[in-house]
Design a protein around this ligand. Structure first.
Ligand SMILES: NC(=O)c1ccc[n+]([C@@H]2O[C@H](COP(=O)([O-])OP(=O)(O)OC[C@H]3O[C@@H](n4cnc5c(N)ncnc54)[C@H](O)[C@@H]3O)[C@@H](O)[C@H]2O)c1
Length: 362
């Protein structure tokens, strides 16, 4: 088991990564003389019932709440139901919320914990690849609103994160691919050595369903180092984590969340690379090299049916947009990331057409 410390402005916390990390949480939580609400992803409970029951029975004060995770349920109504549960069980500020599940369960539970009584302690047990390498670390919590992704939210760091790789054994292939989308972005966020290490281990995940602890640790370390420098996305450094995401959120919204977040991120990063080439940030031969290095990543062909005008309109209403101008995070090479690049919508349209044409023919 490996411990990674995340040091933010207001708080430091540990992320534990490994196999059988789950055993630690029962021991940790029994130390507190407080109530805990375990908000548990319904599907994960189905697969891992005995392990989860062991946590619940480790403490007489454990309350249990089964949550149906979906982008449709990632809303204020779900948060309200959690508030009701906390209120009915007389939860106070010294009591705690534990989220066990993927990114949706974590984001919704985290927002409820951040806002109930102005904030009660919050623990994360991520169970998807995506939530282990990304969403459980860094303190972004929130819900969708009026069809817009994560429009309502709060920065709220967890007390501790327990990333137990044993959960990944039951993850469906489509969810593995979705997690791969967020791992894809990390290849560009550090240096060339990091690029090859992550690329190779990512291909093992997709081609052999082999989850390497060191890969997950590396991704969390990169995320932690970025979050430590810019916890609230004020200096801008944190924006590098949004590589491909302005496209991705537009794809998700345009398909009414029928495509997975990570699938959208895969397409979004490829689209951003094409834009980078159009702007002269990378040469055509490098663009081809990046496409070839990651050709093992499945591309959800549903995205090819997207209405380009609709995508561009969603991009214009992205949280990162101001004055109706689209701003993107772009990469020229591993470790060289540009934030807030204002891009003309004609270039966006041209890049999407080119990307879609490429995937129509492969
Ligand atoms: N807070 C952040 O910083 C951040 C970062 C990236 C993404 N996100 C958000 O995360 C969400 C996506 O998270 P996700 O991909 O984990 O989706 P998810 O929470 O919907 O989980 C995906 C599916 O896998 C199932 N599942 C979870 N763990 C499983 C397991 N071990 N075995 C079998 N099935 C399992 C779930 O029930 C669900 O059906 C999006 O809403 C996205 O916006 C947040």
């Amino acid at each position: 088991m490996k411990r990674i410390e995340v040091k933010t402005q207001h708080k430091s916390y540990d992320v534990l990564v490994g196999r059988n990390v789950l055993d630690k949480i029962g021991t940790d939580l029994t130390k507190y003389n407080s109530k805990a609400l375990l908000i548990c992803d319904r599907n994960v409970y189905r697969y891992h019932q005995s392990k989860i029951n062991k946590i619940i029975h480790s403490n007489k004060k454990f309350y249990f709440y089964l949550f149906n995770p979906s982008e449709k349920n990632k809303n204020l109504k779900s948060v309200e139901l959690i508030y009701k549960h906390l209120r009915q069980s007389n939860f106070s500020r010294k009591d705690i919320v534990v989220a066990l599940g993927g990114g949706i369960t974590g984001d919704v539970s985290g927002f409820a914990a951040a806002t109930y009584m102005r904030g009660i302690p919050f623990y994360q047990i991520p169970t998807t690849l995506l939530s282990m390498v990304d969403s459980s670390v860094g303190g972004k919590t929130g819900v969708n609103f009026l069809g817009y992704k994560n429009l309502i939210g709060a920065f709220y760091q967890p007390q501790k994160v327990y990333a137990d790789l044993n959960f990944l054994e039951t993850l469906p292939l489509r969810e593995i691919i979705s997690g791969a989308g967020e791992i894809f972005k990390y290849t560009f966020l550090a240096d060339e050595e990091n690029y090859f290490m992550i690329r190779n281990k990512l291909s093992e995940i997709i081609l052999q369903k082999k989850f390497d602890e060191n890969l997950i640790i590396r991704c969390i370390q990169i995320k932690a180092s970025v979050v430590e420098k810019d916890e609230f996305e004020t200096s801008g450094i944190r924006k590098i984590l949004n590589l491909g995401h302005t496209f991705a959120h537009a794809f998700e919204s345009a398909f009414n969340f029928q495509i997975k977040h990570g699938e959208a991120v895969i397409a979004g990063i490829f689209a951003s690379l094409v834009v980078s080439e159009k702007l002269g940030l990378i040469t055509n031969s490098y663009l081809k090299k990046y496409f070839s290095d990651f050709e093992f990543l499945p591309f959800n062909k549903k995205i090819l049916k997207a209405d380009l005008k609709k995508i561009i309109n969603f991009m214009k209403s992205d949280k990162k947009t101001s004055d109706n101008k689209i701003k993107l995070v772009l990469a020229s090479k591993p470790g060289n990331i540009f934030i807030d690049v204002q891009v003309d919508e004609k270039i966006i349209e041209k890049s999407l057409k080119e990307l879609f044409q490429f995937y129509k023919t492969v």
